[in-house]
Ligand binder design. Structure first.
Ligand code: GRF
Length: 209
């Protein structure tokens, strides 16, 4: 995704429906895929939040003209950091939150403030291989079928209700890098369209937007 030309950021109060915030800690390739798709939809990306001042996701957001904010977690409690996140989300009137490689667990305080409105992308077929080493664990497994999971976030680690899973079969000869590329290709294709579908559906039901 890196190197593609960003769509101009053009939130419009009249045609936009849902406001999405993305939380990312690192590279941000999923953030970029989501930003490109949401910018072409009737919804808006309000901001990118990161716990990591070095996250490349922040540069991607700035290239798109999307507000990019760092919320430090160092030297304070997770609850204090989350209070700051909540203030930002409130300021931007955010309706939905997409986690895209956000390496922090959310507390019930934040989760309860956005019921059924926080979605995560995970690079394995959950419940297999939760946690931060999902790609390596999948690769090291003997599993022939590998894939991704898009799910709502609940109090557990990668345990929330599954929205969508997509898989592929490997032949066993792929390198870790090749397998990782196939996983990311699935993520970049399905995460943006799933988020937009959820925001569309929520708006059609008139739920909370
Ligand atoms: C992705 O593999 C995602 O599934 C996982 O973290 C990775 C983030 O990659 N949660 P990127 O920062 O979006 O490139």
């Amino acid at each position: 995704m890196h190197g593609t030309r960003p769509c101009p950021y053009s939130p419009s109060a009249s045609s936009s429906v849902a406001k999405l915030a993305v939380l990312a800690s690192g590279n941000g390739s999923n953030f970029e895929a989501v930003a490109e798709a949401v910018n072409r939809s009737r919804h808006d990306i309000s901001c990118l939040l990161s716990d990591n001042p070095e996250a490349f996701a922040l540069s991607r957001a700035r290239r798109f003209g999307i507000p990019a904010l760092v919320v430090p977690y160092a030297n304070r409690s997770r609850e204090e950091a989350e209070e700051e996140i909540l203030r930002v989300l409130d300021n931007y009137r955010v309706d939905f939150i997409a986690l895209a490689g956000f390496m922090r667990l959310l507390t019930p305080r934040l989760l309860d403030a956005y019921p059924e409105s926080i979605v995560n992308i995970h690079p394995s077929l959950l419940p297999k291989y939760p946690g931060t080493r999902a790609i390596q664990d999948s690769y090291a497994s003997g599993d022939r079928e590998l894939g991704i999971t898009i799910h709502y976030v609940d109090y557990g680690l990668d345990t929330g209700p599954v929205i969508l899973q997509k898989s592929f079969c490997r032949d066993g000869r792929e390198s870790l890098e090749e397998m990782e590329a196939r996983i990311h290709a699935l993520e970049h294709r399905y995460y943006p369209e799933t988020l937009i579908r959820i925001m569309d559906a929520r708006e059609e039901k008139g739920d909370g937007l």
